[in-house]
Design a binder for this molecule. Structure first.
Ligand code: UDP
Ligand code: MG
Length: 344
């Protein structure tokens, strides 16, 4: 049995690129279906992220033309991450695996088959990692590198040079659906899910038409969002600083007392300086302690899953469920079997 693969493509004001994109993706999918690599129930799913231009009418037209296409229309512009999630959460109910990619085809679509091969080998998550950054300017190359380093230092563990080009199996998607948070940073959450993963390298091209919807300002806020939604390490830094200042104040206290006893200070100076450092350190320390609790509350309200079970062996005869099980009975198979019984 061939796997049902969905391509999930978020689109925001992409009327210029969609006609070319749909054609390339369609050719790839039709070829894979013809070679019996994937099921003919596979789909290309365009998610319109509340665009005000012709994006949705184009998607609707495509869906009327061919059943290979499906479309999701978001009522409002919610940003790339949310549009992607909407597509993936829909795909999880129909597909064995979903591959997310950008509408501008900056991600090299010729590696789609490699993603699928790794999936058939039993990998649940396959990350697309760009092998070269030749198309980027020196500035973007450096800022991107610093960005990943900083992110990892601050507790948001991400894979360097991996954007949102990845394959996720049905059960990985089900794992993802357990993460209920509103501030979504998929690159940080997906590695938390676990399961067996793999990497496919690809070259990232330049956008062939239209313009980027991610200018520097949006990129920065995306980075801050990523750090703050994945970890409470920044709060911990404040606690650390509070401790540090508090200890310095004690050291100063001792030092000032010594020179006071030695009679080398102006009257009143010791009291002022010691209380300044002492109170400053205490305030920061107090803030940090409160911050620790706020951080805990923050993590609690996210209601993240406490565990995701990968395998469960109950009986020796039972097989451990794989990412893709070609012998598994699907809902359709079950229905057909049922029909068979009725006929007889
Ligand atoms: N996108 C979206 N909603 C937005 C912004 C972007 O769905 O609010 C989509 C966009 O259509 C594209 C993908 O996200 O398919 C990546 O956007 P873009 O190419 O502009 O970003 P860049 O590649 O420059 O980082
Ligand atoms: Mg792009």
């Amino acid at each position: 049995m061939e796997g049902i693969i969905w391509l999930v493509v978020p689109c925001y004001k992409e009327e210029e690129v969609l006609p070319v994109t749909q054609n390339r993706l369609k050719l790839i999918m039709e070829d894979l279906i013809e070679r019996k690599k994937i099921s003919k129930k596979s789909r290309i799913c365009f998610v319109n992220d509340g665009s005000s231009d012709n994006t949705w009418p184009i998607i609707k037209g495509l869906c009327e033309q061919s059943k290979l296409f499906t479309g999701i229309n978001l009522a409002h512009n919610k940003g790339h991450q949310n549009a992607l999630l909407a597509g993936l959460m829909t795909a999880k109910d129909y597909a064995d695996a979903a591959i997310s990619l950008d509408a501008d085809l900056q991600d090299d679509v010729s590696v789609i088959e490699q993603f699928i091969d790794r999936f058939y080998e039993g990998k649940d998550i396959v990350y697309g990692v760009r092998s070269a950054r030749d198309t980027d300017t020196g500035f973007k190359k450096h800022t991107a590198h610093i960005f990943y380093k900083l992110m990892n230092k601050l507790g948001a563990e991400t894979l360097e040079d991996h954007a949102d080009y990845r394959l996720m199996s049905k059960r990985a998607l089900e794992g993802l659906s357990e993460y209920k948070e509103v501030n979504l940073f998929l690159r940080g959450i997906v590695p938390m899910i676990g399961f067996e993963t793999d990497i496919v390298y690809y070259e990232r091209h330049e956008r062939f038409a239209g313009e980027s919807k991610y200018p520097l300002k949006k990129m920065l806020s995306f980075a801050i969002d990523g750090i703050t939604s994945c970890s409470v390490k920044p709060i911990r830094l404040i606690t650390g600083l509070g401790f540090f200042l508090f200890f310095i104040s004690i050291a100063f206290l001792i030092y000032f007392l010594i020179i006071y006893i030695m009679g080398r200070t102006v009257a009143g100076w010791t009291t002022v300086v010691v209380s300044l450092w002492g109170i400053g350190g205490l305030v920061l320390l107090g803030l940090g302690v409160i911050g620790e609790y706020v951080g805990k509350i923050y993590m609690e309200v996210k209601e993240r899953p406490r565990f995701i079970i990968e395998g469960f062996i109950y009986n020796k005869k039972q097989r451990v469920k794989q990412a893709f099980d070609p012998y598994e009975e699907t809902e359709d198979d079950k229905q057909e079997n049922r029909k068979g019984i009725v006929k007889r």
